[in-house]
Design a protein around this ligand. Sequence first.
Ligand code: CP
Length: 309
Amino acid sequence: QNHLLGIEPLAPDEITAILDLAQDYVALNRGPEKHSRALAGLTQINMFFETSTRTQASFEIAGLRLGADVMSMSMEASSIKKGETLIDTALTLNAMHPDLLVVRHPHSGAVGLLAQKVDCAVLNAGDGRHEHPTQALLDALTIRRAKGRLHRLTVAICGDIAHSRVARSNILLLGKMESRIRLVGPPTLIPAGAADWGVEVCHDMHAGLEGADVVMMLRLQKERMDGGFIPSEREYFHRYGLDAAKLARAKDDAIVMHPGPMNRGVEIDGTIADDINRSVIQEQVEMGVAVRMAAMDLLARNLRAARAA
Ligand code: CP
């Protein structure tokens, strides 16, 4: 692959290759010397047109640990504010010969469009409701480390599926890796055609968590609700928030995941989020650095091979 724009074009063996390399980077990141030369001599530019804590920080740390020259653009202080378009901004940066562009944008498809205009490898750090591929890869690595496999697991993805690029990328990845996926949430937050995606759909949280190996909670994405139905947070937590009673329906060794940022007391009880026996939320953050190192390393190998050809 020349870019990482989504999970959709990836084959299962390509997903496994990224996870295997990321596993090596977990060891590097836990060691005393966190540096490699995999991206030495390459320039990485991070362009985030939407807010981010985890993704932006981990891409920056990943690039630095791999020896790249890393620049994180402040889009608030860029000429986008003077009306310059996304494509003109991308062409301007492309003229400076970057090797890797990491882009987050509020519009679905914007990162793919940008990738057609530049000469370097583009990594999608989240585009609208479309995809967030590195989130799904880090989630997969977290699950694989906890459960030893990805196939034949029951994964309950719960909450606001309709507005979530994290849900979409996870459904694609876990489907390719032969997990059983259950989407759990109110009818207003699960797309009407979801039952045709090869997943189970359940509107009752207690029933939806029955026998689950993995419980993945999602944030209510109010910023994408376009003035449509926004549930009351109290009522939502009562019916769909993860608490001890609902989690008791999952397997005894079920893990609890959340991509962050979390809204405690809305989609998840804070005690469960902090329970180190069940919650792998901090491990997800750790895996984010390793997965982004692996993704950039593999793209850089392809880029170097293409340039040498
Ligand atoms: N999970 C995730 O994308 O978090 P950020 O928005 O903080 O990057």
